[in-house]
Design a protein around this ligand. Structure first.
Ligand SMILES: [Zn+2]
Ligand SMILES: [Zn+2]
Length: 465
């Protein structure tokens, strides 16, 4: 590995304690979507000390921010998240489910690590440009409300990422890997039916059942499932059944739908088909339906030229992990999730998994990084911050959030991102190829933000909290 990259890797390692402290603070505050006030203050203070210029409150998001250092080309973006999950409060470093506060929040997706690892990438690149006297602009984005709030989708809609040449991120994981394929595009829609109440026995002819309409809609959607792409997904929850009395014709009923598809334009088509089913159900029952699109995220567009460089760095950078300190704790965490015969010797999966160059295995989940990846080339990796088999959104993930191995996995991610950003700065032709690949992969479909202009973060917040 080139000397200049090694120096930055070393620099981040020497400063590791500063980053661990910040990540732990974010873990302790555990603020959920749209409420990440203290976390933003902690980031702003840190970035100010590093010489960044900070703008808090962007794209209508009070807890979104942008921090910039340097000038000129290239302009490299780093995507940080810091929101926790509601109801996931959990003590750190224990092997049993034990909330810190009943109904409290917790970092079940490891975004305390995610944000700070991305920050390390930004600070590493800044250190490199500064010491080498090179031009370049480092932009760290504070992206709020990833969990259910689509912060980055609002930011993409408002043009926050338009000036970037490329952007980087990562996600905590139970192994070290590049994504084997894109995450799915995802929309959330509320369907509310309105009918007419009546005595179900004495005057059924006067009633129009909203619940019937909702049931017919759901049946229609079950038949639709046979005729959609096999990697598309449709989920629903009935959020209003209309009441608990069978002797009243239900005058209102609603369901929340989440739909997913591998490619954003396919999802728009699926959305229209489900809308038609809802309208058909309303016609069949002589009721009305209100269709309220709440939010959406796009699929990720993988950029092979960037992923290849990131993977190379992942393989070359020594994984700074001698995790003997907490090995007993990690083993106990594995035991809470696997039966004895499934437990192998290795509680950590540290050898980088082979990179699936084709990028053709969709990941059955969604992320608002997808929207950034439609407007500028993005690369992201996953690194091992959790023992083998630990799922995100689990108490185990929260419990591991301040451990030595989580810190080390975050450091590794920060080093990989910094090294990849340095490679891009030193080889501008990579940027050109990345943009060419982005255009090829999105074909004739320019970015179309799945969240319509009339939906604001405030409006969404009132709908989802
Ligand atoms: Zn999550
Ligand atoms: Zn996450």
């Amino acid at each position: 590995m080139e000397m200049n990259k090694l120096t930055v890797i070393q620099y981040l390692e020497e400063r590791a304690a500063d980053f661990y402290t910040l990540s732990d603070k974010i873990w302790e505050n555990a603020e959920i979507r749209f409420k990440e006030k203290q976390s933003v203050q902690d980031y702003a203070a840190f970035l100010k000390d590093e010489g960044f210029t900070i703008t808090v409150g962007i794209a209508g998001l009070k807890t979104g921010f942008r921090a910039e250092w340097g000038s000129g080309k290239p302009v490299i973006g780093f995507l940080g998240e810091y929101d926790a999950l509601p109801g996931m409060s959990q003590k750190a470093g224990v092997c049993v489910k034990e909330p810190l506060a009943s109904d409290g929040n917790g970092h079940g997706c490891g975004h305390n690590l995610l944000g700070v690892g991305a920050l390390m990438g930004a600070v590493g690149l800044k250190h490199y440009l500064e010491t080498e006297g090179k031009t370049g602009t480092v932009v760290f984005f504070g992206c709020p409300a990833e969990e259910g709030g689509s912060g980055k989708t609002f930011m993409a809609r408002e043009g926050c990422f338009d000036q970037l040449d490329v952007a980087f991120s990562w996600h905590p994981n139970d192994c070290n890997m590049m994504p084997p394929g894109p995450v799915l595009a995802n929309d959330s829609i509320r369907y509310s039916f309105t009918g007419k109440a009546s005595h179900a026995a004495a005057a059924p002819e006067a009633g129009r059942s909203a619940l019937d309409a909702l049931e017919l809609m759901n049946i229609g959607v079950q038949f639709l499932r046979e005729h959609i792409p096999s990697s598309a997904r449709i989920h629903y929850a009935i959020t209003d059944t209309g009441g608990i009395s069978p002797n009243i014709v239900q005058a209102h009923a609603s369901a929340l739908y989440q739909i997913r598809a591998p490619f954003a334009p396919e999802l728009s088509e699926l959305y229209e088909r489900i809308n038609n089913i809802a309208k058909g159900a309303a016609m069949m029952t002589d009721t009305q339906v209100e269709i309220k699109f709440l939010k959406g995220t796009s699929n990720t567009v993988l950029i092979p030229v960037l992923d290849e460089i990131m993977y190379k760095n992942m393989c070359e950078i020594p994984n700074p992990v001698e995790r003997a300190d907490d090995i007993a704790f990690a083993r106990e965490i594995v035991r809470t999730q696997k039966s004895a015969d499934q437990i192998s010797e290795n509680v950590f999966d540290l050898k980088p998994r082979p990179w699936n160059k084709k990028g053709n295995i969709p990941i059955p989940g969604s992320s608002d990084v997808g929207d950034v990846s439609w407007v500028c080339p993005v690369s992201q990796c996953g690194t091992s911050t959790w023992p083998v088999g630990t799922a995100a959104h689990s108490w185990q993930a929260v419990s591991c959030g301040k451990s030595d191995f989580a810190h080390k996995g975050m450091l590794y991610a920060g080093q990989i991102i910094a090294a990849t950003a340095i490679d891009v700065c030193n080889n501008p032709e990579i940027i050109e190829t990345a943009w060419k690949q982005l255009r090829e992969k999105t074909g004739n479909h320019p970015y179309h933000c799945p969240i319509p202009p009339e939906i604001t973060p405030e409006l969404l917040e009132s709908e989802i909290t």
